[in-house]
Design a binder for this molecule. Structure first.
Ligand code: ASP
Length: 338
């Protein structure tokens, strides 16, 4: 039986072609993808294409588009065996992280991919990314999907979406997942690392929780930063502080006073690290004691992208019982280590 994959094209470099006369890039009509890539017809799966009416640069993707994608997957969940989202690379990790929190009880693959060079470029990385993503999106064994989570496939690696970040604007190998091992790898053989795959609680039936709040702010500290600027920050529900190393910040009284004041205003403070690998460990240095004092929440080894979208999803979400801190600290879909 041929598996059916729904390909949702949202925009980004992957959907562009080079006009070799003028040298400029232009969006190409994705409805014609089978003409551009006849190889797709040779795949063992059947591909159905749903392009966004207006392809977007991924810097224009946000909560509205995440909801549109999540609900489109929900509406088509029974008809297809897997879902492939073609997306600009700049914010793909945010979309993958957000979708991982919004798609509850997922039992089918949702793979995101894109490319660094347009599909119409002679040296493009788009074709391999697209063909192998289709393979992973249609991979079933004994009538069960092998991948049952939101993943990014890029340059020979299949990665858990909410563990990724884009770390290169130059190389084809643009994504990394520094705190979680790969889910699969494409070489002569297409491999799956089964022990790394996520499985939802099977009592949860597939549904979408589209709650996303925009009342979240992200702040990266730096040596010499004037903390009194914090006082000018408008009231917000969650402040994500990106601090040094394993969780340190300036030790002055002023720091404590300012952060305490933000907390007294009812703002939750989540702490993540500026290092891309490793994470926060409160109490390791004196300069992290302040976070325990003000009741800040450790983002542990989460990526900034994941901490931001998890905060957006959890804050004021009526579908979660208990405190924001307890829910944030809990592993929801493989985004944080225990
Ligand atoms: N600016 C593009 C985007 O993110 C970059 C890309 O697709 O690689 O939409």
């Amino acid at each position: 039986m041929k598996r059916k994959v729904l390909l949702i094209y949202t925009g980004g470099t992957i959907g562009m072609e080079k006009d070799y006369e003028t040298g400029s890039l232009r969006a190409f009509d994705f409805g014609n993808i089978f003409e551009k890539m006849p190889e797709m017809k040779l795949m063992e799966c059947e591909v159905f294409v749903h392009p966004f009416a207006k392809p977007l640069d991924s810097s224009d993707m946000g909560p509205d588009e995440w909801r549109i994608i999540a609900n489109y997957i929900f509406d088509n969940y029974e008809k297809y065996d897997g879902f492939l989202i073609l997306h600009g690379t700049d914010t793909m990790s945010y979309t993958a992280s957000a979708l991982s929190f919004m798609l509850k009880g997922l039992t089918k693959p949702v793979i995101l991919t894109g490319s660094q060079l347009p599909i119409g470029d002679l040296r493009t990385d788009a074709k391999e990314n697209l063909l192998t993503s289709l393979y992973y999106a249609s991979l079933y064994e004994q009538n069960e999907a092998v991948i049952q989570e939101v993943a990014i496939y890029f340059e020979y690696k299949l990665l858990r979406g909410n563990r990724t970040l884009k770390y290169s604007a130059e190389y084809f190998d643009a994504y990394t997942s520094p705190n979680y091992p790969i889910l699969g790898q494409s070489g002569v053989h297409l491999k799956i690392e089964r022990e790394n795959l996520f499985r939802s609680d099977e009592r949860i039936e597939f549904h979408v929780d589209e709650h996303i709040s925009e009342d979240v702010l992200f702040w990266r500290i730096f040596p010499g930063m004037k903390l009194n600027h914090f006082k000018e920050i408008p009231k917000m529900k969650v402040l994500i502080l990106q601090v040094f190393g394993s969780g340190t910040i300036f030790s002055s009284e002023k720091t404590l006073e300012t952060l305490q004041q933000i907390r007294n205003n009812g703002t939750e403070i989540v702490v993540v690290s500026q290092c891309i690998s490793g994470g926060i460990s409160f109490g390791k240095y004196e300069n992290s004691n302040i976070f325990a004092k003000i009741g800040a929440i450790s983002g542990k080894d989460m990526t900034a992208e994941s901490a931001i979208t998890k905060s957006m999803h959890l804050i004021d979400n009526p579908n979660y019982k208990g405190s924001f801190a307890d829910n944030f600290s809990r592993n929801i879909c493989g985004e944080i280590s225990d």
